[in-house]
Write a protein that binds this ligand. Structure first.
Ligand code: GDP
Length: 196
């Protein structure tokens, strides 16, 4: 799939605020610094796109972009701010939780994970929770240019092992580098497949 256009549509505070459209949505989430903005820019070929999401006031919102006038890329806030989350449920923004659990338009979630790290509790817990919702998702191990293939493989294997304690099925796994553009085509292929 070629990306011809990418435009910012709106920022939503929660489900009631999401666009009233029937566009298929593909969401991106990950801890801060995982490389999410870089990935969104790479996917869109618009190097200032993710800047919108990073502007003050928007980092905790769900940011919607319309791609090729057809489908929506949704930039979700990182799930790393546990202090403000509702207790007992999950350590991330409750708008995000509601969106992931209830948004009918949502076709697939891309969970970005830093390939240089051994499994981080927050990533594993979030992914296990997401698996329980039944929403299709792919794990994207980012920044693979920063280390050897062997090291990346080892961290992915460790992550899968941690996840297997919570989930019965093995998730879809991709690797990416915004430096070499690796993974871009794989992500777009997943999206194209859902568009039918
Ligand atoms: P975000 O907080 O998840 O949006 O992360 P950013 O996209 O701002 O990236 C965080 C830092 O990692 C920046 O310095 C990026 O240049 C760097 N970075 C992101 N992706 C990659 C990658 O694939 N390879 C390398 N070498 N650096 C990356």
């Amino acid at each position: 799939m070629q990306i011809h256009s990418a435009e910012f549509i709106t920022s939503a505070r929660g489900l009631p605020d999401c666009p009233a459209w029937d566009r298929p949505e593909f969401a991106f989430i990950g801890r801060s610094n995982v490389g999410k903005s870089s990935m969104i820019n790479l996917l869109s070929n618009k190097y200032a796109l993710a800047k919108v999401s990073a502007t003050p006031g928007k980092t905790r919102l769900l940011n919607f972009f319309l791609m090729n006038g057809l489908w929506s890329l949704v930039d979700l806030p990182g799930y790393g701010f546990a202090q403000t989350a509702r207790s007992g449920k999950f350590a991330f923004n409750e708008w995000v939780g509601d969106y992931l659990e209830q948004r009918a338009n949502l076709r697939r979630v891309f969970v970005l994970i830093d390939s240089r790290l051994t499994p981080q509790r927050l990533d594993v817990d979030f992914t296990a929770w997401l698996g329980g919702t039944g929403v299709p998702f792919s794990l994207v191990f980012t920044k693979v240019d920063k280390q050897s293939v062997t090291k990346t493989r080892a961290n992915i294997d460790l992550f899968q092992a941690s996840l297997s304690q919570h989930l019965a099925s093995v998730p879809d796994v991709l690797t990416s580098s915004t430096k070499t553009r690796a993974g871009r085509a794989d992500i777009l292929r997943r999206i194209a497949a859902s568009l039918g």
